[in-house]
Design a protein around this ligand. Sequence first.
Ligand code: SF4
Length: 457
Amino acid sequence: MLLRHTPKEIKEREALTINPAKTCQPVGAMYAALGIHNCLPHSHGSQGCCAYHRSALTRHYKEPVMASTSSFTEGASVFGGQANLLEAITNIFTIYNPDVIAVHTTCLSEVIGDDIPQIISKAKNEGKIPEGKYVIHCNTPSFIGSHVTGFSNMVKGMVTYFSESTGTKKDQINIIPGWVEPSDMREIKRLAAEMGINIILFPDTSDILDAPLTGKHQFYPKGGVTVDRLKTTGDSIGTIALGAFASLAAAEALDVKCKVKHDLLEIPYGLLATDRFINTLRQMAGVAVPESIDLERGRLLDVISDMQNYFYGKRVALFGDPDQLIGLSEFLVSLNMRPVYVITGTPGKLFEERMAEVLKEIPEAKFKQAADMFLLHQWIKNEPVDLLIGNTYGKYIARDEDIPFIRFGFPILDRIGHSYFPNVGYTGALRLVEKILNALMDRQDRDSKEECFELVM
Ligand code: SF4
């Protein structure tokens, strides 16, 4: 009972967060930057920040995450980090030779007020950035927002630095996938290819954070969107932004900069969100949906209808990132489950507005943005649930309250699979259904009395 001190009685708190359901902005910026081909993320701050961000990503993806740091010490903390960053840029291009250095700030450099665009332009003027190489940046003050904000800021930075409009449209669609797994990015590309649509997915961490073991170390794995392709995003027919929190800022920036219209959709988790995604792709590209995708959809429908009695009425608690929770909650409602408690640590009123729509048929549902896992635990203590869904940090609540637990979201530190098997699309939904059923049926098997223990359930 590690969380035995969590009381049932709920008191209003304003200035205290206990067990936050988020992590810091640069983690997201680093993850997004890894989705550019030949890119080295750079943390403008102290070594400790960079070590934490790298380890958070390495533990989740089980891959070595490369990043450099401005290595602030006392001097930089007082006088600013310009000298450190200029030296870092020279060293990085000389030693590690990336195409792009993607700089994100940290709490310390934000408090000092380092002007990164000015430092980058000084580096350019002093010839520290070789021809054909780039240094981009985004601000990631971690005392506001969350890792999702940092991800969004870095993706917007890609548009700010790279997107160009030549005035001639190309037969291609931009997809900004939001914070999803490399497996999900691979699945989005597969679905688009199946429909014969040319897409530019950015960022794209597939073949970077799910790279195969080949016996050869590749400092920069082969995946990621290239700078040349990023530049052409300004000539695309349109942009599909998946998730308001992680993707909308970049899509809007592209619209303003290059007049590329965008559609905002939810991450395609489950049947309805995937239907909307496929339909938007179809309309934007002017193509028909191939039979192969119809069949995938049909298989998902078949499993849902075969097993719907196991889902019916089950109370679920969820926590994690807002874009993911909105899509996932909608899927659970469509399965006739009851997502009764949903919290995200990421601030943003939009989350509560959208959740109010998604959960309108569930009057007992409670949801909250900028909330913590302590509150979620208290809600569960007062009225238990049948299933808990969230990242690895949920295992303490699941253990103490004896609730079946499905790992979903970021970070997952104690299981594998998330990098390799998608959750998006009809195939991903099938996997989610399998995981939910396994969790519920394993519990039914465990708790059945001898006389009720059934071979066929
Ligand atoms: S100091 Fe700020 S940027 Fe660094 S690890 Fe802590 S929260 Fe993140």
